[in-house]
Design a binder for this molecule. Sequence first.
Ligand code: JCF
Length: 670
Amino acid sequence: MASKHVIRRAAALREQINEHNYRYYVLNEPTIPDAEFDRLLRELEGLERRYPESITPDSPTQRVGAQPLEAFSEVVHEIPMLSLGNAFDEGEVRAFDRRLRERLRVDVLEYVCEIKLDGLAISLMYEGGKLKRAATRGDGTVGEDVTQNVRTIKSIPLSLRAQRFPRVLEVRGEVFMTHEGFVALNKMQSAHGQKIFANPRNAAAGSLRQLDPRITASRPLDMFCYGIGKVEGVLSDRHSDILARLRECGLKVSPETVVVNGVHECLDYYHHIVAIRHRLAYAIDGVVYKVNAMQQQQTVGYIARAPRWAIAHKFPPEEELTKVLAIEVQVGRTGALTPVARLKPVLVGGVTVTNATLHNEDEIKRKDVRVGDTVIVRRAGDVIPEVVQVVKERRPKTARSFSMPRRCPICNSEVVRAQGEAIARCSGGLYCPAQRMQVILHFASRRAMNIEGLGDKLVSQLVRKGYVKTVADLYSLRVDQLAALPRMGERSATKLDRALKNSKLTTLARFLYALGIRDIGEATAELLAAHFGSLKALEQADVEELQKVPDVGPVVASNVAAFFRQGHNRRVIKRLLDANLCWKTRPPMAPGHRPLSGQMFVITGTLASMTREEAKQRLQALGAKVTASVSKNTRFVVVGTDPGSKLERAEQLGIRLLDERALLDLLEGT
Ligand code: JCF
C-alpha cells in the first residue's frame, strides 16, 4: 500500500514533470537539461511501478497507456464545429468588412488576426480541468473519438494549469506537424518501407487516425488552439482575451496572433505573414480574421456552416498546371549546366512563373519531362520554381524528350560530365563568358596570381566595359583606360598596373591553380607542377599519364585533360605566356621522386597563407611525414603565429624551426 509520503512524492514529481513538459513543448523554453528531466521521469516511473495504486490518469507517464482500438467511436459535437468562409483576394476581404460594419452600424471594427494552419481541426473537452475527450471535426456535427491518440501529443495538457477554469471547457484548435517533423517522419517511413506522406497535413491526419496510440506517440504532432466550443459560464467578452485565458490554462496558442483595428490593418497583417511565411516551422494556407467582441459575434451570427464574424484569407495556390514550351540549358558562374523548363506563363502563389528549374539530366529522366508536356509547377517561398511532375494523360504525341547538349550553349566548348556526378559542366573555363567574373576573380586572388587591388567591383566594371573578356586581357589593360573608370584615379590605376606586372613572376603551381580547372586546388596544382615540371608537359599529358600523379584519380584527370583539350583555353594560355608570365622551370621529377622523403615535420600555430591541413598535404606531396607531436625524430618544426607547447618542446630538443617564409621557400623551391 502506498504511504502518504509516496503519494505526496509522486504528486510533486508529476507537477515538476508537467511544468517542464509545458516549458519545453508549449513555451519552447526548456529550463533544465534533458538528463535532469529523464531522472525525474524515471523516479516517477519507479514509484508508479512499485505502487500502481498511486497512478493518476493525468500522470505524464500515462500519455500512451491505452491498448489499440478496434475502431474509433463517434462523438457528437453539441456545438457544431464550423468551417470558415474564404476570401481569395483583398476585394473579398473588404466586402466582408463592409457587410459586417453595415450590420453592426459601426465605422471601424476590431479584429483578431490569426494564421490559418494547414492541419486538422480537433476538439478537446476538459471537465474539472482534466482532458476527458478529444475528437476530430468529422462533418462538423459528428466526429471520431481520438482521445487515446491526442493524449500522446506532448504540447496538449492532460490537466489545465490555471487556478480557475470553467468546470466544462471545450477547446478547439488545429493539430499539425512541423516541416522538420514531416521530413524526419518520411525518412523513417522510407527506411522501413512504409507509406510516404505527400505533405505535413496528410501526415498529421494519418498519424491521428491510427488505432494504435503507440504509433501516434512516435509521430511529431503539435497543436495550436484558436477558440472554444461548449463552456460552462463565460470565459471573456473578447476573443483575444479568451485566447489569453487558454494560454493561462497551459494550452498552446499561436504567437502570431494580433489584435488590429479596421480592414486595412487586417491586410497589413496578411502581407506581414506572407513575408514571414517561409520562416515558420509549419505549413499555413492563409490567415483568419475574426471580429473580436463576442457581443458583436453574437449579433451577426452564422450563415449555413460558417460564422459570419470570421473569414479565412487564403494564400494563392502554390502549385499550378502549365505547359513546357522548351527545355533550355543555363550555364552558371562555375560552368555548371542547368536545364530549365520554359513555361507558358502562369500565376503561382501570386507570382508569374515563366520558367522552372529541372535541376539536372537525371532529374529530367526521373520525372520524364518532355517539351510539350503539361506539368505541375511549384513555387514555395523565395525558392526557384520547380517542375513537380508531369501530367502524363495530357502528353501530346508530338512531345519531345531532352538530351544534354554536347557543347556549351554560351561558348561552344565541350560539355563534360564526370563519372558519378550529377552535374554536367562547360570545360571552357578560361573563355566562357558565363564564367567570366568568377574565373577572373579566382585568377587574381591572393593564393593564385595575387593581383593586389583587383576586387569584384573593379572586375565587374572591366567586364561590363568589355575591356576584359578573358584573364589574358588583364595584362593588356592600359593605365589611361583604368584611370578613366569610375572611382579610379591616376594613382589607383598606376598601382593596379604595378600589381599586374608584379604578378607575372609566379610559380607553375600557382599558375595552374589560377587557371581555375575544376577540382584543382592548391595541393593538386603543387603535385601536378612537381610531376610534370613544365606547362608543356602537362598540356600534352593524357588521362593515363595524369593519373600517375599522387592524389589524381580518373575524375580529376579527365577534368584536366578536357580543360587543355579546349582550343579556347589554350589560346588564352598562349596569350598569357606572350604577356611574359614566367616561372622557374625545373626538370620534371622522376615519377615518385620525393625530395622530402622520410623527413618528419610538425606544424604548430596559425599560418597566414594556408591552413595547417594544406601545409600538411603539400609537405606530404613532397614525401614528408607530418606528425602531431614533436619527438627526437622530428626534423623540422614549422612555426606559425601563436604556436603551442610544441615550440617549447622543439627548442628543448634543439630541432630546426621553420617560419612561414622558409616553409614557402621549401615548398616552392624544391
Ligand atoms: O488554423 C486554422 N486552420 C483555423 C481554423 C483557425 C481558426 O481560427 C479557425 C478555424 C476554423 C474555424 N476558426 C474557426 C472558427
